[in-house]
Write a protein that binds this ligand. Structure first.
Ligand code: ATP
Ligand code: MG
Length: 555
């Protein structure tokens, strides 16, 4: 983060609050609902909540918003923790406390009793259809029903019976008694408790009534003394209810602030839709490398630094916008260029025999990373027989073709200059081999100023080549703004988003690659080992191409 960068509006608020003495220190929270894996939108929220707290010497709680037992699961809790840890890796920052809204169920129940005692909540026997019908419309006020006038005693008894499990799901609800004519529909006596006979991932079967989001979130913030409760814009209409609860209950006044959620081109960002992609087999799993999930991006080889840089670059807006997926890829490329180890891999081999090479096998040195002066070198075996990329040769080449062609010279990366002398073909006329000769004193680093060679090719020594599977990924959707496109979002899935090359040939050092390493396959892109890779069968993922090629092909 550059020092001169202007403050985002959340930072401005925090600075003002610290300067005025309203707060001595700040406490934020990240409140995921454990009903799916985190996506890049959540990454933005994490960067904001943890980032602002870190910047101003405050802290951040991780609070699982687990008030809906039906969709929640500990698998998600575990993945969320892992993803946040990974995203914040190297920042020296993490959550202060791991908390659960379900830990506050007893306290929240107490708050509901307080409201009932103040005459500010009532048990309603209406069906959900009746409640919806009585609610009115944005232009028409709602109507008060008969249950609204129940006595405090009656409400206390009924609410306690609800808790005790006397009623079935949907038979009764507890509502806040606010104003059925409010211009804010969310203040027209919102439901604050509902009956759900469902097993909860933490509280088990202790509860059969569960608080609604609007009754749990603000109070949980308040219990923890969160100073700045940052959420996305769709919660603006919920803010009056947030404030109403805090005010009526006389509890710690946490404050809610809203920013624009992250939307990105060529992808979807709702857990519900992502779950559909997984359940219906459009992708292999939540961490499929095409998914916009943090786990998918991690598996694909994106780095936490690049995701944080991306979140920083796009900033914090007050209005919805659509961010170009290419910007994320740009950040990934920039970081990988600095850290990736250069390696040579041939995807579509064409055998080259260097007819005048008589040295057996030679170990050549090749730099690991020209961007890193401490990157060092590695040994790359070279011999008479090598593979080059089939499309690095043309039998009839145009004028400005700098790769290999009959009679033409190229440099082999970190090796020698070779010239193509002969093209061998099979009975069908397919090229099967090139016979070349090399210039003995043209080894990389030697003076070859008299020789005019423009192209440099990557190559792999045949005898020591390591086979690997390579998985190439592209945009998951063909439509730029999937959310706004007509019809079912799944109609826009990019059928070519995964291309598998069963056998590519790599230099031997890649057999030792580990999951955390990042590689640039020279002239091919950035790659990393996939978690499905084994010693017997290496599998690599392409993280991102070297340049932005999408625009050219698809526009
Ligand atoms: P989804 O719409 O994907 O289901 P959600 O809002 O229901 O997401 P939560 O687990 O409730 O998911 O979100 C945790 C936090 O992350 C919330 O504070 C939420 O506002 C924030 N968040 C969710 N999606 C985005 C996004 N696209 N951009 C920025 N913040 C987001
Ligand atoms: Mg939510």
């Amino acid at each position: 983060m550059s020092e001169e960068k202007s403050l985002n509006f959340i930072e401005e608020i925090v600075e003002a609050d610290l300067a005025s003495g309203k707060h001595q220190s700040i406490l934020t929270r990240f409140p995921p609902e454990p009903n799916g894996y985190l996506h890049i939108g959540h990454a933005k929220s994490i960067c904001l909540n943890f980032g602002v707290a870190k910047k101003y010497g405050g802290a951040t709680n991780l609070r699982f918003d687990d008030t809906n037992p039906v969709t929640e699961d500990t698998e998600y809790v575990d993945s969320i923790k892992e993803d946040i840890k990974w995203l914040l890796e190297g920042t020296g920052h993490g959550w202060k406390q791991e908390l659960y809204a379900s830990d506050y169920f007893e306290q929240l129940y107490g708050f509901a009793l307080d409201l009932i005692n103040m005459g500010l909540a009532y048990v309603d026997d209406s069906t959900s259809e009746e409640i919806a019908a009585q609610k009115g419309t944005p232009t028409q006020p709602g109507v008060n029903n008969v249950y609204r006038d129940r006595t405090v005693e009656e409400n206390l008894q009924l609410f306690s019976d609800m808790r005790a499990g006397k009623y079935k799901d949907g038979e009764k609800v507890l509502r806040a008694k606010i104003d059925m004519a409010s211009t804010n529909m969310l203040l027209r006596d919102p439901i604050i408790y509902r009956i759900k006979h469902a097993h909860h991932h933490r509280t088990g079967d202790v509860w059969c009534i569960y608080p609604m989001y609007d009754f749990a979130h603000g109070q949980s913030d308040s219990i923890e003394k969160i100073t700045h409760s940052i959420c996305t814009l769709e919660f603006i209409p919920h803010r009056p209810m947030y404030d109403w609860c805090i005010e009526q209950l006389g509890i710690y006044p946490s404050k809610q602030y809203e920013f624009a959620r992250l939307n990105m081109t060529y992808t979807v960002m709702s857990k519900r839709k992502l779950l559909q992609l997984v359940n219906e087999g459009h992708v292999s799993s939540w961490d499929d490398p095409r998914m916009p999930t943090i786990s998918g991006m991690r598996r694909r080889g994106f780095t936490p630094d690049s995701l944080r840089e991306f979140c920083d670059k796009i900033g914090i807006a007050k209005r919805e916008n659509l961010i170009d997926f290419s910007l994320l890829e740009f950040c990934v490329r920039e970081h990988l260029n600095k850290i990736a180890q250069r390696r040579m891999v041939v995807f579509d081999p064409l055998k080259v025999v260097i007819t005048n090479y008589e040295l057996g096998e030679e170990l050549l040195l090749s730099e690991n990373n020209p961007e890193d002066e401490n990157g060092g070198e590695r040994e790359v075996p070279f011999s008479k027989e090598i593979y080059i990329e089939r499309d690095d040769f043309m039998e009839v080449a145009p004028k400005k073709y700098f790769r290999l062609a009959p009679g033409q010279m190229v440099r082999l990366k970190s090796a020698y200059i070779i010239q193509c002398d002969e093209v061998l073909k099979d009975a069908e006329g397919n090229i099967t081999q090139l016979n070349c000769s090399y210039i003995p004193n043209s080894k990389s680093g030697s003076d070859t100023s008299g020789i005019n060679v423009k192209g440099t090719l990557h190559w792999v020594n045949v005898a020591t080549a390591v086979p690997m599977e390579v998985r190439l990924y592209d945009r998951l959707f063909t439509e730029e703004n999937v959310g706004a496109a007509e019809g079912d979002f799944k109609e826009y899935i990019n059928k070519d988003s995964l291309q598998i090359l069963p056998v590519a040939y790599a230099e031997p050092s890649l057999a030792e690659a580990t999951l955390n390493e990042r590689h640039q396959f020279i002239r091919k892109g950035y790659f990393c080992l996939d978690k499905e890779s084994t010693k017997e069968k290496l599998v690599f993922n392409r993280t991102v191409t070297l340049k932005d090629t999408w625009a050219k092909v698809n526009r």
